[in-house]
Write a protein that binds this ligand. Structure first.
Ligand code: PEP
Ligand code: MN
Length: 475
């Protein structure tokens, strides 16, 4: 989107004057979930520091992801996005980062086998530090305290609940350190498929499932061996993968100073004089991909205003509270040029509601000028959060799988393409979601429940979901 004032041809055919966009124009709009920092001078100091720091990601990488996402929108590739609900500064460690990369890689192999398509990988990592909250305060041990809003705003420990603007800079540093190690580990061959992966399936109790998974793993291993034998892997990219980063673009005080006018790596088509010009665009250099959450997608709100001006590919969470008319207005505001794959609609209705709500949303979009323009991605986590009798936040593996399965079925019936899935998961052996092949029960939740926000699938549950989805595609 051009930063200047220009008449915009809306896709409904009417011409309307687009108001001027700047990285700060969101400030004149009503906004939800926006922190009220008590110390303005400290906030100014922190954001001035951010403005000086180099981009975390490069426009060239953002443009490359956009090209990959265009293939997803066309039905030629699949998008796998996953990671923690809330990343903590503490997760910026070698083992935690490596286990996330390996899990995404392993799941993508299973999906390639199942869907017979290339897989684009995006981590919910290296910046997923801000969390929307339903209430600004909560009761802990009978005392009302400010809610934990993510490490970028305040700390989980009760003594750290006051907002601290220096955390903005800390978030930048932790994002940069995390992404630095992702790049280093990939360059050093962490994704090298010649290395044996740990596919141990000992935890799978159901003999039929186990036989199915064993067959899939054998197929993948045979395929890799075969490629090696015939030398097909010699000059190919089997030792490396692309990994992109993403987070919810919630805290605009952070996103604004990292949004920079930079040269696009994709030349515009040759002009009359035959030259290939490169466009200047505003890139949000805090991550490759950002999404607007379910609580902040008001058409006239600050978040939508900010997002409409950035060149990055963006996601919009869509749920039971999204009116169909809002959906089209959002697309027209955020993607007036109808770039294929620019917008990912991340649907999250819950297992019970998906079959009554998704078809209407699909028909509205696919019946409009945005036909085959968006990526439909299923987030089977956020509509399925529930509490146990003792008040522990959890999700049932079966609900997660049911929503995914229903979403696949509905897209098949409607003739649209389910292009991806969006999961909260971790490479660690946590016990936060119920069920799965280990059949975790409510009594097991306390064994290793470490999330400070929403419950995540553990490594085995996440891999199992990939197998189930792959199996669905092979039917
Ligand atoms: C999330 O993805 O962590 C989240 C808060 O989701 P939603 O906006 O869909 O509720
Ligand atoms: Mn979450």
């Amino acid at each position: 989107m051009s930063p200047s004032v220009e008449p915009t041809q809306t896709n409904g055919g009417a011409t309307k004057q687009a108001s001027e966009w700047t990285p700060t124009s969101w400030r004149s709009k009503p906004i939800k979930q926006c922190p009220d920092y008590p110390d303005d001078a400290a906030l100014k100091k922190a954001t001035a520091e951010l403005r000086q720091l180099p981009p975390i990601v490069h426009p060239h990488e953002i443009d490359k992801l956009k090209q990959n996402l265009r293939d997803v929108a066309r039905g030629e590739a699949f998008l796998l996005q996953g990671g923690d609900c809330a990343e903590l500064f503490d997760y910026c460690r070698q083992d935690a980062i490596e286990s996330k990369i390996k899990l995404l890689l392993q799941m993508s192999l299973v999906l390639i086998w199942g869907a017979d398509k290339r897989v684009v990988r995006i981590g919910r990592m290296a910046g997923q530090y801000a969390k929307p909250r339903s209430n600004p305060t909560e009761i802990v041990d009978g005392k009302e305290v400010p809610s934990f809003r993510g490490d970028i705003l305040n700390g989980f420990r009760l003594e750290d609940r006051q907002l601290d603007p220096q955390r903005l800079v800390k978030a930048y540093n932790h994002s940069a350190a995390t992404l630095n190690y992702v790049r280093a580990a990939i360059a050093a061959g962490i994704a090298d498929l010649h290395r044996p992966l740990n596919w141990s399936l000992g935890h799978v109790k159901d003999p039929d499932l186990k036989a199915k998974y064993t067959e899939a793993v054998r197929f993948l291993q045979d395929m890799l061996r075969f490629m090696h034998t015939i030398g097909a892997d010699r000059n190919s990219k089997l030792d490396t993968v692309d990994m992109y980063t993403s987070h919810e673009g919630l805290l605009l005080e952070y996103e604004e100073p990292l949004t920079r006018l930079m040269e696009s790596s994709i030349p515009v088509p040759p002009g009359a004089n035959g030259t290939h010009e490169r466009r200047q665009q505003y890139y949000n250099t805090s991550a490759h991909f950002l999404w607007i959450g379910d609580r902040t997608r008001q058409i006239d709100g600050g978040h939508v205003e900010f997002f409409r001006g950035i060149a990055n590919p963006i996601g919009i969470k869509v749920g039971p509270t999204t009116p169909t008319t809002d959906l089209l207005q959002l697309l027209r505001t955020l993607n007036p040029d109808r770039e294929e794959g620019k917008i990912t609609l991340i649907t999250r209705y819950g297992a019970e509601k998906v079959s009554s709500l998704l078809p209407g949303h699909i028909r509205a979009v696919e019946g409009s000028e945005y036909k085959r323009c968006v990526i439909w991605q299923c987030d089977p986590m956020h509509g399925n959060t529930r509490s146990t009798g003792t008040g522990i936040k959890t999700r049932r593996f079966n609900d997660v799988f049911t929503e995914l399965q229903e979403t696949i079925r509905i897209h098949q019936e409607e003739g649209s393409y389910l292009g991806g899935m969006h999961l909260e998961m971790t490479g660690d052996a946590v016990t936060e979601c119920l069920g799965g092949s280990e059949d975790l029960g409510e009594d097991d939740l306390s064994t290793n429940y470490t999330s400070f926000c929403d419950p995540r699938l553990n490594e085995k549950q996440a891999l199992e979901l990939a197998f189930l989805v792959a199996d669905n595609y092979r039917k």
